[in-house]
Ligand binder design. Structure first.
Ligand SMILES: Cc1cc2nc3c(=O)[nH]c(=O)nc-3n(C[C@H](O)[C@H](O)[C@H](O)COP(=O)(O)O)c2cc1C
Length: 329
């Protein structure tokens, strides 16, 4: 469908990088369910921090489907170049640069979307990273620093000149944080201005919305973040709709149970028996957020420390849901 360097991407829907969410188990699940590309959580460009448990887990790509795209963030060109090289040595096949994240932790150090204000620094960082690795380098930006300085088009042209191979644009400025509706006009202007593949991002939460955003912007693909939390099958739904123009049926209760069960097992395997059940809590909350009356079960689940107990309780809970569904039918 489109290329990123030598890599052929076969679906027009991509998982957005989300720190604390898009860990390896979640990325693998989304790929299996139709995401054409997944981007790993942000790894700090400060390699001295890589020995922390968190960074080590983020750097673990064992068994991941190719191409492996790893996101880096930071405000120093040399450190970013070093981080790109280290990630390349560690198995990354695409380096993605984060200039799209408004997180305080990142912005305070003038990284993420805060960089958009300083175009010469953006150029320095892009040049340094592109020169550092023999891999395609992609970039993720917002539409600008604030509404008065939407410089996405200028940044996009600069990125293309420097040799960036694909660009994801979140239709908000840094100052918007996550408020208001994403605006797609600036994304359309970026698409018009450059010839590299552009991915449209922001508030895409249904197959129809994906179609509309692609039509409105002319982007090569859509990138989906929050709507995939607890609903990883959204990639299959969007992928199918974009290909054939009709909807696949919602997953059955049994299928949701099976997806969740295998997701939990992967989390326990990846994070271990102590962290695994803790990380599982937020994912379970997302899966059940649209299930009426699930609050009580969620609270009970959150008190469980044992992986086995959590997993068994989910199977039992779905038995109850199924019985309720059968009764209603
Ligand atoms: C919990 C969370 C963590 C995020 N972490 C990152 C990140 O590490 N790097 C990045 O480029 N964007 C990050 N983002 C931004 C998303 O990639 C995406 O641009 C944003 O959520 C808008 O897309 P959506 O409306 O589909 O969620 C994060 C967003 C959320 C909600």
């Amino acid at each position: 469908m489109f290329q990123i360097g030598p890599h052929q991407i076969d679906s027009q829907v991509i998982l957005a990088p989300m720190a604390g969410v898009t860990d390896r188990p979640f990325r693998q699940l989304c790929r299996k369910l139709g995401a054409g590309l997944v981007v790993s959580e942000m790894v700090t460009s400060d390699a001295s921090l890589w020995q922390s448990r968190k960074s080590r887990l983020r750097l673990d790509h064992t068994g991941e489907a190719e191409p492996i795209s790893v996101q880096i963030a930071g405000g120093d060109a040399k450190m970013m170049a070093d981080a790109a090289r280290l990630n390349a040595d560690n198995g990354a096949q695409i380096i993605d640069i984060n200039m799209g994240c408004p997180a305080k932790k990142v912005c305070k150090k003038a990284a993420g979307s805060a960089l958009l204000r300083d175009e010469p620094l953006v150029a320095d960082i892009l040049q340094a990273v592109v020169a550092a690795v023999d891999l395609p380098v992609t970039l993720k930006i917002r539409t600008g620093w604030d509404r008065d300085s939407r410089n996405a088009v200028r940044i996009a042209r600069m990125a293309e000149d420097i040799g960036i191979t694909a660009l994801a644009v979140h239709g908000r400025t840094r100052a918007d944080r996550y408020q208001g509706e994403a605006e797609y006009d600036t994304i359309a202007a970026v698409v018009d201005a450059v010839s590299l593949p552009v991915f449209a991002n922001g508030d895409i939460d249904t197959p129809l919305k994906a179609r509309q955003v692609l039509d409105e912007t002319g982007a090569r693909a859509v990138m989906v973040g929050r709507a995939a939390q607890g609903r990883p099958w959204i990639f299959r739904e969007i992928d199918h709709f974009l290909r054939y123009g009709d909807n696949v049926p919602e997953p059955s209760l049994i299928e949701v149970r099976d997806i969740l069960s295998s997701h939990l097992r992967d989390l326990y395997g990846f994070y271990g028996d102590f962290m695994g059940p803790r990380i599982a809590r937020k994912h379970l909350g997302w899966y059940l957020q649209t299930v009426p009356g699930s609050e009580h079960f969620r609270q009970a689940f959150n008190r469980m420390d044992s992986a086995q107990e959590q997993h068994d309780s989910v199977l039992q809970y779905f038995e109850q849901l199924k019985a309720r569904e059968d009764q209603a039918a």
